[in-house]
Design a protein around this ligand. Sequence first.
Ligand SMILES: Nc1ncnc2c1ncn2[C@@H]1O[C@H](COP(=O)(O)OP(=O)(O)O)[C@@H](O)[C@H]1O
Ligand SMILES: [Mg+2]
Length: 229
Amino acid sequence: MNSRNSSLLLESMLSLLNAKGITKSFGDILVLKDLDFQLSKGEFVAITGASGSGKSTLLHILGGLDTPDSGIIKFENKAYPKKSRDIELFRNNHLGFVFQFHHLLPEFSALENICMPGYIGKKDNIEDYAKELAHEFGISHRLNHLPSELSGGEQQRVAMARALVQRPKLLLADEPSGNLDSKRSKELFNLLDQVRESKNVGIVVVTHDKSWASNADRTLNIKDGKWEV
Ligand SMILES: Nc1ncnc2c1ncn2[C@@H]1O[C@H](COP(=O)(O)OP(=O)(O)O)[C@@H](O)[C@H]1O
Ligand SMILES: [Mg+2]
């Protein structure tokens, strides 16, 4: 094999997510303009940009929660499934999401919330791994509490454990520290970084926090629907 072929092979082995030519409009507003995005396995990328610049739209598209008008997304070199049932299954099995507002179910305990994707995916023995994650995130003693009884930082850790309980290879987070003070925000960053390390999860995070942006492997800034160079 020549060196060009071997470097292409290496690149494809390392590739987790590869999006090309992503374009998206809402009515007359062209939000994303022919964007490319690559993420390697276990890589931590931060996306920054002004409010309304298209960050959430891009994250939703990368996570299969929304479809682009044109462009293609490959996960481990395979195109995302097209049928909605298939993409739901794919999301449940391979992707984890964390949002600014944790969206925990108020009437379920922290443990039940963490296990929920596993219950939906009909996985057995999900509790053991849920408890392992809770231990790693320092919330073992809070597992029997309802979300309303937890602090903001604890709620976000529960949400993160829930996002990871299906052992995804990709974690997508939209301003996960948006409601936390700077100390809690730093703690959450360190936890994410630790997760990337211990579980080889690729992470894409939209953030306004400058320290997150400067500590990620790469930071990309989006402006008017394009990467700022
Ligand atoms: N579902 C939608 N319908 C119509 N317009 C939308 C929708 N989602 C986002 N937009 C518009 O797309 C642009 C980018 O939004 P968004 O991706 O949420 O930006 P950001 O997350 O960077 O603040 C904004 O002008 C917003 O109003
Ligand atoms: Mg947003």
